[in-house]
Design a protein around this ligand. Structure first.
Ligand code: ATP
Ligand code: MG
Length: 601
C-alpha cells in the first residue's frame, strides 16, 4: 500500500522543494511577489490624489496633478517590468524543479528490488500520475502559493483602503471573496477524486492510442484489420474520460456563475452607496476613483487565486502521487555480500504463485544445482521454468521454502552483489535502442568501451559479422536515430534471431559470472545455431554453473543433468541417458521431437 499524503503537506512539500532547489530565485520571487501585490494599492492611492487635485481646480493644481500622473505611470510601468522578471525567474525555477523531480522519481523506481510493483495496475496508475509530476514539477502549486501571497498583500492593502471609506462595503466584498475561495477548494476536492478515479480509463486510452502509432503493432493491426475496432475503443475511452471531467466542470460552473452574479450585485450596490455619499458631501471624487480601483483590484485578486486553485487542482493530484511514491519505504535488502559459488544452489521446498489467490506455479519444488555443472530444465509451456529463473534472480520472493546460494538464503544477500555474480539471457530479453556496441556492452558497464572484448562476445554468439557489416556504432532501432545529431548514426534493425544473439552476446560479455542462465525463446535461433551455442557454452563454461532452458531437447543432450518440471515440482531428474532409459515424460517428449526431425529430414 502506498501512504496517503494530505493537501497541506503536498503544498508545503512543493514550496520546500522550490526553496531547496532554487533558493536565490525563490527569495527574489517572494520579494517581487510582495512588491507587486502592493502595487494596486499604491496606484489606487496615487489616482485618488490625482482626482482630488483635479477636483480642486485645474489651474492651481495642474503641476501637482502632472506629478501624480507621472508617479502613477511609473509605478504601473515598473510593476509590469518587475512582473516580467518574476515570470522569467519562475520559469528558471520550474525547469530546475522538474529535473529534480524526474531524477528523484526515476531513482526511486530503480530502487524497487522486485518486479511485483511493475505488474500492479493500481500502483502503475499512481506511478502514471507521478510521472506527470515529473514532467511538470509542482509548478502550479508553487505558482498558487505565490498567487496566494500576492493576493493576500493586494487584498489586505486594498481592503484597508476601502475600509477607510466604507467599512460595511469592505466586509461585504470580503465575504463574497471568501465564499468564492471555499467553493473553489471544494471543487478541487471533487476534481482530485475524479482525477484519481479517471487514471485507469486514461491508461486504457493511452494503450489504445499507442496501438495506433506503435511500429510493432502496425503489422497485426493492418493484417487483422483491427484499425476500426481500436479506433472505436479509443473513442469510447476518450469519451468516458472526458465525460467524467466535464461532469465535475459542470457542477463547478454552476456555482461559479452564481458567485459572479453575487459579486457584481455587491459591487453595484456598493457603488450606489458611495456615489450617494459623494453627492451628500461626505466623500470626494478621488475617493470614488480609489474605491472603484480597489473593488476591481480585490475582484481581480480573488479571481486570480480562484483560477490558480483550479489550475493547481490537477497538479496537486500528480505531485501528491509523486510524494507518495517517493515516501515509500526502501525495499528491504539482504546485507551479506554474495560469495563466489563453490558448492551450489539449493532450491528447497519452493512454493510460489504470482497473486495471493492465483494458482501455485511452484508447489514444493526441490532442486540441487551443483556449482560448475550444467543443468538443463525442461517442461511444457507454462510449467514454471521462466518463473524459476526469476526467483533465482530474486525478482520475486517465495511464498514458502528457500533458495540458498552456497547455503545462504538469497534473501539475506545484497541483491547487487548477487546480480554481479550472475548473467542471464532472459526469454523476454531487452532490445535497447542504442548502438550495437552498447547493446552488448551493457552486459558489463565497467568495460562499455572495450570494443575488442565486445567483438569477442559477439563472435561467441555468432553475431560479429552482421554487426561489423552494419557498424558497431549504428543505433539498433526502428524508431530512433534520424541522423540529426552529428554523432548519431542512422537507425538500423535486426531480425528476431539476430536480436537474440545480441542478447546472448550481452550476457556472455559478463565473463566472470558464477551462474549463467539461458532461457531460450525456441523461435529465435535456428536448430543448428542453438546446438552450436549450447556446445560453445559447455566448452567455455567449464567451472561455471549453467542453467539452460530449451524446448529443443536435443540441445540439452550434453547437459550434466536435466530436470523436468511438471505440476510445480521436479518430475524427473538425471542425465539424458538416464531419463530416456526411465521411459517417462522426458523420453516421450524426446522421441516425439526426434521422430519429428526424422520425418522432416
Ligand atoms: N508475471 C506473471 N504474472 C502472473 N502470472 C504469471 C506471470 N508470469 C507467468 N505467469 C504464470 O505462471 C505460469 C508459469 O509461467 P512461466 O513463464 O514460468 O512458464 P514457462 O515454463 O517458462 O513457459 P514457456 O515454456 O512458455 O516459456 C504460467 O501459468 C503463467 O500464466
Ligand atoms: Mg518461459
Amino acid at each position: 500500500m502506498t501512504p496517503r499524503i494530505g493537501i497541506v503537506r503536498t503544498v508545503t512539500a512543493a514550496i520546500a522543494l522550490q526553496a531547496k532547489t532554487a533558493p536565490i530565485s525563490f527569495a527574489i520571487v517572494i520579494a517581487l511577489t510582495i512588491a507587486t501585490g502592493s502595487i494596486s494599492a499604491i496606484v489606487g492611492w496615487s489616482s485618488q490624489q490625482l482626482f482630488d487635485e483635479l477636483a480642486r481646480g485645474v489651474a492651481a493644481a495642474g503641476e501637482r496633478a502632472t506629478k501624480f500622473a507621472i508617479i502613477t505611470a511609473l509605478v504601473g510601468g515598473g510593476a509590469m517590468a518587475v512582473l516580467q522578471l518574476a515570470a522569467y525567474l519562475d520559469l528558471d525555477t520550474r525547469a530546475r524543479i522538474t529535473i529534480a523531480v524526474e531524477r528523484t522519481l526515476m531513482a526511486k523506481v530503480m530502487s524497487f528490488r522486485g518486479l511485483r510493483r511493475f505488474e500492479d495496475p493500481a500502483f502503475l496508475s499512481r506511478l502514471r500520475l507521478a510521472e506527470e509530476a515529473a514532467h511538470e514539477g509542482p509548478q502550479e502549486l508553487t505558482s498558487l502559493a505565490m498567487a496566494l501571497l500576492r493576493a493576500a498583500v493586494t487584498v489586505v492593502s486594498l481592503t484597508a483602503v476601502v475600509w477607510a471609506i466604507a467599512p460595511e462595503v469592505a466586509a461585504l466584498l470580503g465575504v463574497v471573496g471568501l465564499v468564492g475561495l471555499v467553493t473553489q477548494l471544494l471543487r478541487n476536492r471533487w476534481f482530485a477524486a475524479m482525477s484519481r478515479a479517471n487514471v485507469s480509463t486514461q491508461r486504457w486510452r493511452e494503450f489504445y492510442r499507442a496501438l495506433h502509432v506503435d511500429a510493432r503493432a502496425a503489422q497485426e493491426v493492418r493484417l487483422f484489420g483491427l484499425g476500426k475496432l481500436f479506433l472505436g475503443r479509443l473513442g469510447r475511452m476518450s469519451a468516458k474520460a472526458c465525460g467524467i471531467e466535464l461532469e465535475v466542470s459542470r457542477r463547478g460552473m454552476a456555482i461559479q456563475a452564481v458567485l459572479s452574479v453575487a459579486t457584481a450585485a455587491v459591487t453595484a450596490v456598493a457603488t450606489v452607496v458611495i456615489v450617494a455619499r459623494v453627492v451628500g458631501g461626505t466623500l470626494s471624487v478621488g475617493d470614488v476613483s480609489l474605491f472603484l480601483a480597489a473593488v476591481a483590484g480585490i475582484g481581480t485578486a480573488f479571481a486570480g487565486v480562484v483560477q490558480r486553485i483550479h489550475m493547481a487542482g490537477r497538479n496537486a493530484v500528480t505531485f501528491r502521487s509523486y510524494l507518495e511514491i517517493v515516501a515509500l519505504p526502501v525495499d528491504p535488502r539482504g546485507r551479506l555480500h554474495a560469495p563466489p559459488l563453490v558448492r551450489g544452489i539449493a532450491i528447497e521446498d519452493a512454493w510460489f504463485r504470482y497473486t495471493p489467490d492465483g494458482p501455485w506455479v511452484l508447489a514444493g519444488l526441490d532442486l540441487w544445482i551443483p556449482a560448475g555443472t550444467s543443468t538443463g530444465i525442461v517442461g511444457l509451456n507454462g510449467a514454471g521454468k521462466t518463473t524459476l529463473v526469476k526467483l533465482l534472480c530474486g525478482f520475486y520472493e517465495l511464498d514458502r521454502g528457500r533458495i540458498a546460494w552456497d547455503g545462504i538464503d538469497i534473501r539475506d544477500l545484497d541483491p547487487d552483489s548477487l546480480h554481479a555474480r550472475m548473467s542471464a539471457t532472459f526469454q523476454d530479453f531487452m532490445t535497447y535502442d542504442v548502438s550495437a556496441a552498447e547493446n552488448i556492452g551493457f552486459g558489463d558497464i565497467t568495460r562499455l568501451d572495450d570494443r575488442d572484448a565486445i567483438r569477442s562476445a559477439a563472435a561467441l554468439a555468432e553475431i560479429d559479422a552482421p554487426l561489423a557489416a552494419i557498424g558497431y556504432d549504428t543505433i539498433l532501432s526502428r524508431t530512433l536515430g534520424d541522423g540529426d545529431d552529428d554523432d548519431e548514426a542512422v537507425g538500423q534493425s535486426l531480425s528476431i534471431g539476430q536480436w537474440q544473439r545480441v542478447a546472448l552476446a550481452r550476457s556472455l560479455f559478463r565473463g566472470d559470472a558464477d551462474l549463467f542462465v539461458l532461457d531460450e525463446p525456441s523461435s529465435g535461433l535456428d536448430a543448428e545455431a542453438e546446438h552450436r551455442i549450447h556446445r560453445m557454452l559447455d566448452a567455455r563454461g567449464r567451472g561455471r554453473t549453467r542453467v539452460l532452458i530449451s524446448h529443443r531437447l536435443g540441445s540439452l543432450r550434453g547437459a550434466d543433468r536435466i530436470a523436468v518440471i511438471a505440476a510445480g515440482r521436479i518430475a524427473e531428474l538425471g542425465t539424458h541417458d538416464d531419463l530416456v532409459a526411465r521411459d517417462g515424460a522426458y523420453a516421450r517428449l524426446f522421441s516425439l521431437q526426434a521422430s519429428g526431425y526424422r520425418e522432416v529430414a
